[in-house]
Structures are given as C-alpha cells and as structure tokens.
Design a protein around this ligand. Sequence first.
Ligand code: HEC
Length: 96
Amino acid sequence: MKTKALMFILVVAAGITFSFTGWAQTAGAQSAAEKRALFMRGAELWPVYCNTCHNARPGPEFSPSEWNMIMMHMRTQANLPAQDARAILEYLKGSR
Ligand code: HEC
C-alpha cells in the first residue's frame, strides 16, 4: 500500500516536471534563426504600419522595456495581427 502511494506520487511529480520543461521550451527563447526571421519581417512591416498616423519612431529612441509597453498600446491603435506585432517589437528592440 505504501509503495503504491509512493509510486503514484513519483509518477505525478515526473509528469509535472516534464510538462513544465516542455512549456519552458515553447515559451522560452526562440532559436537565433527564428529571431532573425522575426527581425527581418519587423523591418519590413515597421515603416508600413507605424508611419500611417505619425512618423515611425526608430528603435533606439526607447529602451526594450519601454517598447514592450508602447507596443501594447500601438498594436491596438494599429489593429495589428499578433504575429506582425511580435515581428515589429523584435525589430524595434533589436535595432540599436
Ligand atoms: C492608428 C494610428 C496609429 C498607428 C497605426 C500607430 N500609432 Fe503610435 N501613436 C498614435 C497616437 C494617436 C499616439 C499619441 C497618443 C497616444 O499615445 O495614444 C501615438 C504615439 C506613439 C508613440 C509615442 C510615445 C511617447 O511617449 O512619445 C510611439 C513611440 C508610437 N506611437 C509608436 C508606434 C509604433 C511602433 C507603431 C507601429 C506598430 C505605431 N505607433 C502605430 C497612433 C498610432
């Protein structure tokens, strides 16, 4: 009885550990190639979207954490699809 309970706890603990590592891999840092592709796409989209209402503001003008906040606001202003917003954010944070 005791061993069964112990086995159960071990299996549950292992399951939790595996799902967390899986989650960390998907949510965590992308590969360098993925980041580069996002950056390139952002460089194309930035002048298109961000020039419509005001002059497109260059990346070095704000810090990466400021861009996180600004993009939350501007992606709703510009009605950006999530993937495009991520690309532009990557470009703005990366061009300095
Ligand atoms: C639909 C119009 C519109 C679009 C498109 C737009 N913006 Fe804006 N943006 C505004 C307006 C209006 C303000 C000023 C008032 C405000 O903050 O809402 C502003 C302000 C800003 C500011 C100034 C913040 C500051 O503190 O000086 C930045 C930076 C900015 N936008 C970046 C962007 C970027 C990057 C994009 C492209 C993803 C973008 N905007 C697209 C309307 C727009």
